[in-house]
Design a protein around this ligand. Structure first.
Ligand SMILES: [Mg+2]
Length: 224
């Protein structure tokens, strides 16, 4: 792909967790712990059982929450409030990041399988909440998660991205399988490289246009 300029795209769509902040920050590990705890407490499972359920639901539905809703009737709001109730002193106000985002031409969005409250928390702590026009969360997609293709249809509609604008849109994500439907629709795709999703990347590498180690290195590579 050619060099990216600040006005190369009309629409810049960013995933939240492990994309807006670096996976190495370790915040997601805390959320992940609480997912297991929630399953243990709510469904009276041992840690081992909870981890097995979790992994099965993730594989089968693409998002643990979706599986827990379909097969275990858990309440999504209760679940989302619980798992995102983490402290994040690791995240810092980031003036540089704010400026880089602000200087991108075009519209900027957050597209996440997490909750709106969680996204707002993260973005406001980092000082970048105002840089995004809209946050699309899992509730707004009617709990249809990435990588279900239906979720991307809802996303395009929600962000008001018309068919002829798709080519001028770019999607940045750490979970490579979530880039597949975007690429098939015609968006440009960027994978935030990480160990955790390496296997998943290998299976989906044909749907990845660009790879960067983190958001800052991606933004630093853009010609402003
Ligand atoms: Mg993510």
């Amino acid at each position: 792909m050619k060099k990216i300029f600040k006005d190369s795209f009309e629409n810049w769509i960013f995933d939240l967790d492990n994309t807006i902040y670096d996976i190495k920050v370790g915040l997601f590990v805390k959320i992940s712990k609480r997912i297991t705890e929630y399953i243990m407490t709510t469904l009276s499972f041992t840690r081992e059982e909870a981890n097995a359920v979790r992994s099965n639901m993730y594989k089968k539905y693409g998002l643990t929450l979706t599986g827990l809703m379909s097969e275990y009737r858990i309440d999504p709001d209760d679940y989302l409030d619980y798992i995102h109730n983490v402290r994040h002193p690791e995240l810092k106000y980031d003036d540089q990041l704010k400026l880089k985002l602000r200087n991108l031409s075009g519209r900027k969005f957050i597209y996440t399988n997490a909750s709106q409250d969680h996204a707002k928390n993260i973005l406001s702590v980092m000082g970048i909440e105002a840089e995004f026009e809209k946050i699309l969360d899992i509730k707004a997609t009617q709990y249809v998660p990435k990588p279900d293709p239906k979720s991307y249809g809802i996303m395009l509609e929600s962000f008001g991205i018309s068919k002829n604008q798709i080519e001028n849109s770019i999607f940045i994500e750490d979970t490579a399988k979530n880039l597949r439907p975007a690429k098939l629709l015609g968006l440009k795709t960027v994978w935030m490289e990480n160990e955790r999703n390496l296997e998943d990347y290998k299976e989906n590498s044909e749907y990845v246009d660009l790879i960067y180690s983190d958001l800052k290195s991606f933004l630093n590579d853009i010609t402003y």
